[in-house]
Ligand binder design. Structure first.
Ligand SMILES: [Ca+2]
Ligand SMILES: [Ca+2]
Length: 254
């Protein structure tokens, strides 16, 4: 019995600290959340091609305290020098009100600080009578896609550095796919499909038919397959058998 009050006090103390922690957390402004790419146009492009893109992403709870929040879109290093920005717009998703740009978009090294200028940086600032904005960001830009030896996918990274709550970030994995040129595709395909089985023959034939720019290897296979499965083996065998029969008949008459 004498130990119970001590245990009771410890339990009450632990609960008290837990409540204090919750109170501190609830009193703080929540960091930027829900950071996510929602769409990217022309997300698949040919190597070496220059294409225009519209990127949309969402970010929740950007502090509307009149202080500048910095938003970054980081491209892979392969796009350094191959990125051309045209516009960016930020809107509250509920009210559709514009979140003003306080530092216009520029191409910078960015948060990774690796010396490669591969990142779009924009400062936004809203001084509202409510605490935070949930926004949609819309960017227009063009990219010249890097030469690749085989089809390659690239990530995009979003970073929000809020004036009030610090940094949040997310990575959109494989957001951009760059398709290799014909020669590179041929090499990649030949390497990727070294063993063609009987079952695979029909698939290869279909693929070759669907894409006339298929590889030499595929064309050869397809030609063989067509020869085999088309007019066919039957005709060849029958012709040969017919010839033998004719020879046999002639021989008999002799
Ligand atoms: Ca702010
Ligand atoms: Ca960089």
């Amino acid at each position: 019995m004498s130990q119970l009050p001590g245990r009771y006090r410890r339990a009450v103390t632990a609960i008290g600290f837990a409540c204090l922690g919750l109170a501190l957390i609830s009193g703080m402004t929540v960091a930027v959340s829900g950071l996510a790419v929602t769409s990217l146009t022309n997300s698949e492009a040919q190597a070496g091609q220059t294409t225009t893109h519209t990127l949309e992403y969402q970010a929740n709870e950007i502090s509307a305290d009149g202080e500048t929040d910095v938003l970054f879109v980081e491209f892979p290093n392969a796009y350094a020098g191959n990125l051309s920005f045209s516009s960016a717009e930020f809107r509250n998703r509920t009210s559709d009100a514009t979140v003003p740009v306080s530092s216009s978009t520029s191409i910078v090294d960015g948060p990774d600080d690796d010396g490669v200028r591969d990142t779009l940086r924009t400062g936004v600032s809203k001084d509202a009578d409510y605490p935070t904005d949930d926004i949609t960001a819309t960017y227009e830009f063009s990219l010249t896609h890097p030469p690749v030896e085989e089809t390659t996918s690239y990530d995009l990274r979003l970073v929000a550095n809020d004036s009030s709550t610090g940094t949040s970030e997310t990575t959109a994995t494989d957001a951009i796919t760059v398709v290799a040129g014909d020669d590179a595709t041929a090499t990649a395909t030949a390497t990727a499909e070294p063993t063609a089985t009987t079952t695979a023959t029909q698939t290869e034939t279909e693929t070759a038919t669907a894409s006339p720019t298929a590889t030499e290897a595929m064309t050869d296979t397809a030609t063989e397959a067509e020869t085999t499965s088309g007019d066919g083996p039957g005709f060849g065998v029958i012709a040969a058998a017919g010839a033998l029969l004719a020879i046999g008949l002639l021989a008999r008459r002799d």
